[in-house]
Design a protein around this ligand. Structure first.
Ligand code: SF4
Length: 370
């Protein structure tokens, strides 16, 4: 199993909360396509014989490109790595790009999963976040995508937005459920220093509001029959995000494009965050930085990723991969969280109580040990 991530670093407008690498200048769009294909060629040995199973085209805003250009990127990947086991092919899309004509042409490509960045169904909050679409456009584009024949759609939502009441958040969830999409990702608004919100000094909501909105989300989604399978992700049966699941489960993935990350089980790479530098130097090692993971890094990563998934960490797997001492350390350090009802210990696994996932970052860091 192996996944390919393609980063498209262009956006027509910058959203207030966004921390991804992107630019509003579209003048390098054509050069970027050439460069991305060249990088794939340069990294052709990365998968070391593992079959390509998923492709995820993200960004940025991939839908700045015509569907045929996106298909061209997929074609190049298939030429290099084959498609015998290639299943899920996702593209991230902004609602205002998804016109009926665009969707019809997107359906003619091999893309079989749409990830639509809706964020909110409240116009006031969309404007606050500097999104390009309206609530009405958000609803219409999902319906239009369904009419066009897309049967694997995920939408993104954001909670913990300053000024959004719990009742408004409840209505956002109800609207999302009414659309009957296969998958929903919902993230708490983060205010990072380099973002527009960070620069403007936007104040985060208080902890109680975060917790109330998280719990409302968890309970309403599960009542509606979605599986809460990762801290921020909910899926209908059989519709978990395969590409993202491979990140969480340590599957090898290659990321191409400026700022993209790769992982091969032992080492992490990341590409420089510069459009000009990338286009000029792609096809050489100059654009990469890398980090060899030692035992402690691998262990921390294993805990961090698996405790954020519903299945949790497997005790035998920890013993097999990291030794008896690590398992004993984890059992000791997790005891107080098990007693507090935050973690649940079963015969084979330790996992979060899903109602308590919101505190996961803090709890996991307490479990890292020496
Ligand atoms: S959230 Fe998406 S559309 Fe908005 S600036 Fe970030 S990458 Fe671009």
């Amino acid at each position: 199993m192996a996944g390919l991530y393609i980063h498209i670093p262009f956006c027509k407008r910058l959203c207030g909360y966004c921390d991804f690498f992107k630019t509003m200048s579209l003048r390098h769009c054509d050069d970027m396509v050439v460069a991305l294909k060249r990088e794939m060629e340069y990294r052709r040995d990365f998968f070391d014989g593992d079959p390509l199973t998923t492709i995820y085209i993200g960004g940025g805003t991939p839908t700045v490109y015509d569907p045929q250009v996106l298909q061209g990127l997929i074609d190049r990947a298939v030429e290099l790595w084959g498609d015998a086991e290639l299943g899920e092919i996702t593209v991230e899309a902004n609602p205002d790009d998804l016109t009926p004509d665009y969707l019809a042409r997107l359906r003619q490509t091999r893309i079989n999963r749409l990830s639509i960045g809706i964020q909110s169904f409240i116009d006031r909050d969309l404007q606050f976040m500097n999104r390009r679409h309206s609530a009405e456009q958000a609803i219409e584009c999902v319906k239009e995508a369904q009419r066009a024949g897309f049967d694997n759609i995920t939408i993104d939502l954001i909670y913990g937005v300053p000024g959004m009441s719990n009742e408004e958040w409840r209505r956002n969830i109800v609207t999302a459920l009414d659309l009957e999409v296969q998958h929903i990702s919902a993230y708490h608004l983060g205010i990072e220093p380099g973002t527009l919100f960070g620069k403007r000094g936007v104040i985060p909501v208080d902890e109680q509001t975060s917790e109330e909105q998280y719990l409302m989300l968890h309970r309403m989604m599960e009542e509606a029959g979605y599986e809460h399978y990762e801290i921020s992700n909910f899926a209908r049966s059989g519709r978990r995000a395969q590409h993202n699941s491979s990140y969480w489960h340590g599957v090898r993935y290659l990321g191409v494009g400026p700022s993209a990350h790769s992982y091969d089980g032992a080492c992490r790479w990341w590409v420089e965050s510069s459009i000009g530098g990338y286009i000029k130097n792609v096809g050489s090692d100059v654009i990469y930085e890398s980090e060899l993971l030692d035992e402690a890094d691998c262990y921390e990563e294993y805990l961090m990723l698996n405790l954020r998934c519903a299945e949790g960490v497997n005790k035998r797997e920890i013993e097999r991969r990291f030794g008896e001492k690590r398992l004993k350390e984890l059992l000791d350090l997790s005891r107080r969280f098990v007693e507090a009802g935050i973690l649940i210990e079963e015969a084979e696994v330790i996992r979060f109580d899903r109602e308590r996932w919101l505190v996961s970052d803090w709890v996991i860091s307490e479990l890292f040990g020496e």
